[in-house]
Design a protein around this ligand. Sequence first.
Ligand code: ATP
Length: 228
Amino acid sequence: MSAVVFREVGVRLGDTEVLREVSLTLSARTVAVVGDNGSGKSTLARVVGGLVTATSGSVEVLGLDPRRNAADLRRRVAFVFSNPDTQIVMPTVAEDVAFSLRGHRLSRAAKAERVAEALRRFGIDTLADRSSHDLSGGQKQLLALCGAFVREPELVIADEPTAYLDARNARRIAGHLLDGGDHRLLLVTHDLDLAARCEAAVLVTDGRVTAVGETAPVIASYEESLRC
Ligand SMILES: Nc1ncnc2c1ncn2[C@@H]1O[C@H](COP(=O)(O)OP(=O)(O)OP(=O)(O)O)[C@@H](O)[C@H]1O
C-alpha cells in the first residue's frame, strides 16, 4: 500500500492558492519534502496529516480519506514541529508523554511501562519529573518526539524538526526520525544533507510538485533551480 496518494489536489487558504494540481504517490519509507520558503511544503504535510483539508482533488493516507477518517488517521499519524512548545501541554515530562497515550486502550501499568520505555529511548528518563516548560530547546524537542513516538505511529510527519537545535541534538533527533523504528517518515526540511538521507523526495515549487522520486535527482533538480 502507498502511504500517500494525492490526485489533482488543490488547497486554497484565504485568497491564496497554496497548492495546485498536486498528484503524487509516495511509497518509500522515508520521504523528504524540499523547496523554497512559502512554496507550500508545510501545507502539503498538513494535508497529509489531516490538519488542512484539500479544496479540490482527492487524498489518501495509509489507505484512508483524511476527511472521512480523521479520528482513525490521528491515531496512526504523529506530528513533530520545529517549535516543540506547541506540542508540550502537561506540567512534567513524564505526564506530558503519558498524555499522548490518552484514549489508548491500555492498562495503567502498561501505559506507565510504555512511557518509561519511551523516556529511556529518547534519553530523557532522568528528566521525568522535571517541569516540561523549563527544559532547554533540545530537551523540549526530544520530549515532543518522545510524545509522538510513544503512540507507535505508522507515519511520522516532521516539519523542520531540527531547525532550532545544536549539531548534537539535530543529529540525535535525525537519527530517531530516520532510523528509530519501522514507522514511515514525511520530513519537511531545508537541510539538504538531512533530506539526502531519505529514500525519496518531493520538490515543491510555488504550490506545485515539480519533481518527485529518488532523492538524489530531486535534490539535484532543486540545486539546479537555485543556480538560476
Ligand atoms: N492559513 C493560511 N492562510 C493564508 N495563507 C496561508 C496560510 N498558511 C499558509 N499560507 C500561505 O501559503 C503559502 C505556503 O505556506 P507554507 O507554510 O506551506 O510554505 P512552506 O514551503 O512550508 O514555507 P517555509 O519553508 O517558509 O516554512 C505561503 O504563501 C503562506 O503565506
